[in-house]
Each structure stands twice: as C-alpha cells, then as structure tokens.
Design a protein around this ligand. Structure first.
Ligand code: PLP
Length: 362
C-alpha cells in the first residue's frame, strides 16, 4: 500500500520533545514563544500567535481582525469545513461564491460581482487550497476598493508564494494548521500570523481567555494555546519545511510529466506567477469514483478532497438555503481526486503509481 499521507518525524523532533518534557514547563512557554518568532520570520511577518489547531487559528484571526456578529464574510465553498465553520463561530454570515474550475480557487470575478451586488460584505476569507496561492493581483484591488477585512486560510499553503511573496503575508491576518497531513506538523497545532500590532495583541488576548492582566479579563476569550511539546516539534519541522516542499514539488513534476498524455486525466494547473507547494496533488478525472475504487484495490492511497462543497453540506443548507447553486464547485467536487505526493514517497512508489494509473481501463 502506498500511503496517501505520511508525517516525517525525525530524531531531532524527538530529542526536542524530551527536552521540553524534562524542563518542567510543558504547556505554553518559552519554546512556543520561540516557534512563534521563527514562523512569523519565515513568512516575513511581524507577529505569530501559536494556537491549539488550524481551526482555532482561523477563529482567532477572524475575531482579532474585527469580524463581528452579523457581518457578511465572502468565501469559497470548495474547502475544508473549518473555513466555513470559523465564520459561524464568530456569529458572522458566510457568503459563498463560485471557484475557477482550473485552479480550484475562489474566482476573483465572482468576488467582484458579489461585492458590487452586496455593499454590506465586510470581510473576505480566501483559501490557498492544495498549496496554490489565490490570484492576489486581482484580489487585492477589490480588498482595497471595498475596504474589506482580508483573512487568508493558509492551512494548506506553508511556504507557497505569489510573485515571490509568501501566502499569509497579504491579508490583515492569516491562519496556518500544523495537522499531521499538512506540509509541516506539530501533531495538532496552528498559528495566527499578522504584521498589525493591534491584531496580534487582540489575538494573544483571545487565546488566553480574554485576559489583559493577571486574572483580569475584559473580553470573552478561549483557551486556544499551543503547548511547548507541540512547539518543539514545530520548530524543528519549520527548519525542514523548504526541503519537504521541494520534495513535494519534485514528486509533482514527475507525476505531471508522466501523466501528461492521458486524455481522461487532467494534471494540476499552475499559473506562472505562483509557486505551488502541493499540500495536495489533485487531478480531475471523469469516471472519478470508479478510478478511486480501482486505485484502492491496487494499493494506492488516495482521497477525495472535497466530495461535497460546503454550501451543499446539510447543516449549511439550512443557513445559505437549498436553492444556492454554485455550478463549478459542484462539478469539480465530482471530478477531483488527490494522489499521494508527500515527501516520504520513493521513486519506486512514484513509478508504481504512474504504471498503475496508466493501466486504468478508462
Ligand atoms: C486543515 C485545514 C483547516 C483546519 O486545520 P486543523 O488544524 O485541522 O484544525 C482549515 N482550513 C483548511 C483549508 C484546512 O485544510
């Protein structure tokens, strides 16, 4: 079986975790503070606020950037459920617009239309899905023109760039996840990144039960802190991130080259101005479900990311209405399948994948 995902934890991570265990300080402490500095510096941002996971990072990023109850937040339906849920946690209202069927990302044209139709939209939550940056040259002017709060969901885009600028450095705040399947991991973990001092201070307060002094609380907050055990893993993993990404890119290049000629399979599209970090290597296939089952039988891990766009999830249909149709997201959800791309893959495994895929009796 070729595993679909595989976290790579080395001796250095284990050693650093043991050091934390022996230090007597295992909750949020100096190692977390150090990891926050290293991670924000990697992105070229001023502040990092480590959190318990990527979902809490998103919740905090939205709140700290000023999303309030009742606010309309524009976003993509083609993403992990956490992107939508974090808007609901703020008692804000998600407004879903359709995607570009080639990049799978929110379509700036649809963003523009929605903003022109509804001047009440206050914020935009973009998702750099699969490791590919959104079209920032078309999104930023809209953000400025409509005075929007821009939040970036970077849970899949650690190190990805748009015209040489890292995702997570465009909006007022960004949220990262360090779940084990992501480009780097801390077990569970997340990070809010911002260059705005006021947003950083508010985020810090929110993850600490709203405290602004010792046992003094002037707002509702949560316990969303990261532990030093997780941060110790993250600090070592960050040092390996560029290497992990380079391996993902090399694996993707290999697959895309070998699978190029297949008429029934479409390899990932990468706009010239983007450097993709391939959190997922996602192809479009017509007979997707048959293909998925067949890969499974042949021992090749795979995943459908995502089979149901958020606006079609039963729970969301009550919120956005059953009549909302976003044809491209709905069509893409029936065509996509993600193949193993993680840095632990061997050349033999890549060769086996190509041979097997090519022999699919389409
Ligand atoms: C993984 C992920 C999240 C949530 O991160 P967790 O650490 O699992 O809470 C949010 N958005 C996207 C796009 C993700 O892929």
């Amino acid at each position: 079986m070729i595993p679909y995902a595989k976290p790579l934890i080395g001796e250095e991570e284990k050693k650093r975790v043991l050091e934390v265990m022996d230090s007597g300080m295992i909750a949020s402490g100096p190692v977390t503070a150090q990891f926050e500095k290293e991670f924000s510096a990697y992105l070229g941002a001023e502040y990092g606020i480590a959190t318990s996971n990527g979902t809490t990072a998103l919740h905090v990023a939205l709140l700290a950037a000023g999303v309030q109850p009742g606010d309309k937040v524009l976003t993509t339906p083609f993403t992990f459920i956490a992107s939508g849920n974090s808007i609901l946690y703020c008692d804000a209202k998600p407004v879903f617009v359709d995607i570009d069927p080639n990049t799978f990302l929110i379509d700036p044209e649809k963003v523009k239309e929605a903003l022109e139709k509804d001047p009440e939209i206050k914020a935009l939550l973009i998702v750099h899905l699969y490791g590919l940056s959104c079209d920032m040259d078309r999104i930023m002017p809209l953000v400025e023109k409509h005075n929007l709060i821009l939040i970036e969901d970077c849970a899949q885009s650690h190190g990805a760039e748009y015209k040489g600028k890292k995702t997570g450095s465009f909006g007022q705040a960004a949220a990262f996840s360090f779940y084990p399947t992501k480009n780097m991991t801390t077990g569970e973990g997340g990070m809010v990144v911002t260059s705005r001092e006021d947003i950083a201070a508010k985020a810090r307060q929110i993850i600490n039960h709203g405290r602004s002094g010792r046992y003094f609380h002037d707002m509702l907050g949560y316990n969303y802190r990261m532990t030093d055990i997780a941060a110790a893993i993250g600090s070592v993993q960050l040092g390996k991130l560029d290497g992990f990404n380079a391996k993902r890119v090399a694996n993707a290049r290999y697959l895309s080259e070998k699978l190029q000629g297949l008429t029934w399979l479409q390899t990932p599209y990468v706009p010239e101005q983007c450097s993709h970090v391939y959190h997922q290597y996602t192809v479009k296939v017509e007979k997707r479900d048959a293909f998925a089952q067949w890969l499974q039988e042949k021992g090749i891990g795979n995943s459908i990311v995502y089979p149901i766009p958020i606006h079609q999830q039963p729970f969301y249909q009550e919120i956005v209405g059953k009549e909302l149709v976003l044809p491209r997201a709905e069509e893409v959800a029936e065509q996509v399948i993600s193949l193993p791309i993680h840095p632990a893959l061997t050349l033999e495994q890549l060769e086996e994948m190509v041979t097997t895929i090519k022999s699919f009796a389409f």
